[in-house]
Design a protein around this ligand. Structure first.
Ligand SMILES: C[S@@+](CC[C@H](N)C(=O)[O-])C[C@H]1O[C@@H](n2cnc3c(N)ncnc32)[C@H](O)[C@@H]1O
Length: 305
């Protein structure tokens, strides 16, 4: 049974996005925002009989942001970094250990089919959906892995893949999570996709999602750190939606595995860190080609000359 740590942070309305960004950057498997005012309103309209006094006190001024962290050997390092980054944002925080089953039931309720780019739509495996002509539907069960398609960093990668995958490419998806980007690349026409993740639950979810979408013959999922195990390979496209620090580490290897003319899509970069990532990619010998932003997030496309 996998274990997760739920971290619930009470914060002011205007700090909610900043807290959610810190959670996402630190690898939270999802972020939930609870507004006590909405719950109180629900209770006062006669939908429930009692309300906790603490809820009444906090309604209207503060919100609760919850992040979910996989309990593995990196957890204590991540918690240290997290508490440093949340020091000025959080008024109060509490932690609770949860089991896989609880988590699975919480988020599934809110996950619905969503069109993420011109042609690509992501649909939860358990929902019915009638595709439009020409629409490519990715059927997904992320399980415990990141990547249900609704996060800006994933959505930007999907739109960029739609532009860059023309058919017949060799693709590396570094930090595959649920496998969403690998499945998208394969459905868009890539010839061969290698998906890598450092976490075993992600490797399992990515394999299952490749199978579910009928592209298991094109997508190979391996557990590993970045591109460490991929020595002699030549790729047309590398896509990596991880945090800025990890993209910086990946830059030289991405440049190494790309064919001349091949592209790197780098996402998961918070705006204030984009300058450092650009410098690392230039330093690795890659040329800037395109940038897209959504909210606080930046995705970069670089090309090997
Ligand atoms: C933000 S998620 C992205 C998931 C998916 N690709 C998407 O776009 O939605 C980042 C993933 O990178 C993985 N990861 C983090 N560091 C890694 C590393 N050094 N090597 C391989 N994978 C890593 C995490 O386990 C996580 O599944």
């Amino acid at each position: 049974m996998n274990r997760w740590l739920e971290i619930a942070v009470t914060t002011a309305q205007e700090q909610v996005d900043a807290v959610a960004d810190v959670f996402n950057e630190m690898g939270s498997g999802g972020v939930v925002i609870e507004d006590p005012a909405l719950i109180l309103d629900f209770v006062q309209k006669g939908n429930a009989e009692t309300v906790a006094p603490s809820l009444k006190e906090s309604a209207g001024e503060e919100l609760i942001v919850k992040g979910y962290f996989f309990c593995d050997c990196s957890l204590s390092d991540r918690l240290e970094e997290l508490s440093r980054r949340l020091a000025d944002l959080a008024k109060f925080w509490r932690t609770r250990e949860i089991k896989d089953e609880d988590w699975a039931n919480t988020w599934r309720v809110y996950y619905k089919p969503v069109q993420v780019s011109k042609r690509l739509t992501v649909k939860p495996a358990w929902e019915k959906y009638a595709a439009r002509p020409g629409e490519i539907v990715i059927e997904l069960d992320p399980g415990m892995a990141f990547g249900c398609g609704t996060h800006a960093t994933t959505a930007m990668c999907l739109a960029l893949l739609e532009d860059l995958v023309q058919g017949g490419e060799v693709v590396y998806d570094v930090g595959t999570g649920s496998g969403i980007l690998s499945v998208a690349a394969a459905l868009l026409g890539a010839r061969q996709v290698t998906a890598v993740d450092i976490e075993e639950p992600a490797v399992r979810a990515a394999r299952e999602n490749a199978k579910r979408n009928g592209v298991a013959d094109k997508v190979t999922v391996v557990r590993g750190n970045l591109l460490d195990n991929l020595v002699d390979s030549r790729a047309d496209l590398v896509v990596a939606n991880i945090i800025a620090d990890v993209i910086i580490l990946l830059a030289p290897d991405a440049a190494r595995v790309l064919k001349p003319g091949g592209h790197l899509i780098a996402s998961g970069i918070i705006r204030e860190r984009a300058g450092e990532v650009r410098r690392a990619l230039r330093g690795a010998g890659l040329e800037p080609e395109r940038e897209v932003t959504e909210g606080e997030w930046v995705a970069l496309v670089y090309r090997k000359v």
